[in-house]
Design a protein around this ligand. Structure first.
Ligand SMILES: Nc1ncnc2c1ncn2[C@@H]1O[C@H](COP(=O)(O)OP(=O)(O)OP(=O)(O)O)[C@@H](O)[C@H]1O
Length: 272
């Protein structure tokens, strides 16, 4: 059985608006999965059901075999941690270190475990120099890393990042890739919602495409980004380099610069 399962879930907001309808998806431990789709497709609503912030109106969410229905978000956070899209919705301490320490405290970690998790979280997010600062004295791009550190420190089995690359520069995106790789190496599952298709092809193997409150595709990254009709229906774009490959009728379904360079070198060899 998969570690995390959404079984035919539907979610209606209190105003009666149905944001997600009959969605099923499942995740094993150690998987790295991107969720993509146009604004309003239902991505955030879906992942908020994974850690119990929202409970499905219909259907069931199971983490490690147990339905989220009987548990609070705090209880579920040991298994599934969620980093909010907007860090300001998550941060509530006036000091960065206290914000990161909060999860381990609530979860009752031993002092040794708390120290270990804090070192890991602060190390991966490179926040050492800011620990005494008020979170609102650092830029939004760093506030995002505070919220990521706070969730890493909880040692959840599954970590969900909602739009982590938004507002990040080149170094920020590199830091994200590195920390995701480390979490995967530790056997965790990382699920990331993103609008950054370059980030998807450079970091993820499995991609879930959402549109119209539902899942349109759940497949290998190359398969997703070379199904042009699927991209059109979900209003997504190929990564720029794939668009170039498509425009020049390159046979190979390239996804990144390295693959493109490799294909072009082959052509050069053939014509020389
Ligand atoms: N609290 C709410 N009450 C009513 N409707 C809501 C609420 N939150 C979200 N919605 C609506 O639910 C739909 C799905 O929103 P959701 O945030 O899940 O989409 P999304 O795919 O994550 O979009 P984005 O990429 O813009 O974050 C949208 O139409 C949104 O306006």
């Amino acid at each position: 059985m998969a570690y995390l399962q959404l079984k035919d879930v539907t979610f209606k907001y209190p105003n009666g608006f149905s944001a997600v309808e009959n969605v099923s998806m499942s995740f094993e431990l150690g998987e790295k999965v991107a969720i993509v789709g146009q604004n309003g497709a239902g991505k955030t609503t879906t992942v908020k059901m994974m850690n119990g912030l929202l409970k499905p109106t219909l259907g069931d969410v199971l983490s490690n075999g147990e339905s989220t229905k009987g548990f609070t978000t705090a209880q579920i956070s040991k298994k599934v941690g969620y980093v909010f899209q907007n860090p300001d919705d998550q941060i509530f301490h006036s000091n960065i270190l206290s914000e990161i320490k909060f999860g381990p405290k609530v979860l009752g970690f031993s002092p040794e475990k708390e120290k270990e998790m804090l070192e890991l979280a602060i190390g991966l997010t490179e926040l050492h120099d800011y620990l005494d600062e008020n979170p609102y004295n650092v830029p939004l791009s760093l506030r995002k890393f505070i919220t990521i550190a706070a969730v890493i420190a909880m040692d959840s089995d599954v970590l969900i990042f909602d739009e982590p690359t938004a507002g990040q520069d080149f170094d920020g995106v590199k830091k994200l890739s590195k920390l995701i790789d480390k979490l995967i190496e530790m056997g965790k599952t990382v699920i990331t919602i993103t609008h950054d298709m370059e980030f998807v092809v450079n970091n993820f193997d499995r991609v879930i495409v959402m549109a119209h409150k539902n899942v349109l595709a759940d497949s290998d990254v190359r398969d997703v980004f070379w199904q042009l009709d699927l991209l059109e229906e979900s209003m997504l774009k190929q990564p720029s380099i794939s668009q170039v490959a498509h425009r020049i009728n390159l046979e190979s379904k390239v996804l990144n610069v390295d693959e493109m360079v490799s294909e072009i070198s082959k052509v050069k060899v053939k014509t020389s």
